[in-house]
Design a protein around this ligand. Sequence first.
Ligand code: AMP
Length: 270
Amino acid sequence: MKHAKTIAELQASLVPLRGGATVGLVPTMGAFHEGHLSLFRAAREECDAVVASLFVNPAQFDKGTDLAAYPRDEARDTRLAAAAGVDILFAPTAEELYPPGFQTWVEVEELGWTLEGRFRPGHFRGVATICLKLFNIVQPDRAYFGQKDAQQAAIVRRLVRDLNIPVEIRVLPTVRDADGLALSSRNVRLSAEQRRQAQALPLALATRDPNKARELLEGLEVDYLEVADFEPRVLAGAIRLGDIRLIDNVLLEDAVPGFNLAPPTEKGVT
Ligand code: AMP
């Protein structure tokens, strides 16, 4: 596996891989777990070359404390990405992606202002901007995202449609721990008691009924629990345990093409 720190290094490493081959991109913020690895494996199966980006994007954190507390372990991530078959790990600095004078942002408007957007102002502007930058830098045929972040996946699909970006968006199912909790890089910060409380979220969502789910979450700090029409429709929720915020969702209808390991289509927007 090649390790690229700069855009120039990444693009030089891609030249010998590209010639007619399909390139898959998996954007991540590191602290890899089985959720990330499932995306790497899907990209490995469906593409000739796999690029994973590892970048804790400051532009999508509305709170400096959350950014500072975000777990980082690049040496471990490098080992896991290599073992999962990633060809190039792109791990740039913030200065590489946001050089002095940077001032251009992309905003997916209404979709980015609901649910997570209400509680994390500016978050999806940061997400949309970094995804567009990564699409332009890597020029992948396919890009892989997790259903765990359902609103993010919906926003990226909207961005790609609205701006005619020639990339196929693939969304893969949420990977969960045995206790039902969706894997998240933030889970490592939960105390044993918080972890026990967190299990209420997947249990509540599994009812697929907002009223029953709200009952099961009584006593917890719930930011929202709502049905959202993200194509497919989901029941989505966010809770806070101390300074840790957890999000999760379940599908309320069958997946649409492009979701959940449907066979890949020819290069193009789904
Ligand atoms: P992150 O590093 O948290 O930005 O996540 C990188 C990608 O992995 C995003 O597309 C996430 O939706 C996806 N992801 C995170 N957690 C999971 C999970 N438990 N199952 C599946 N995908 C996930």
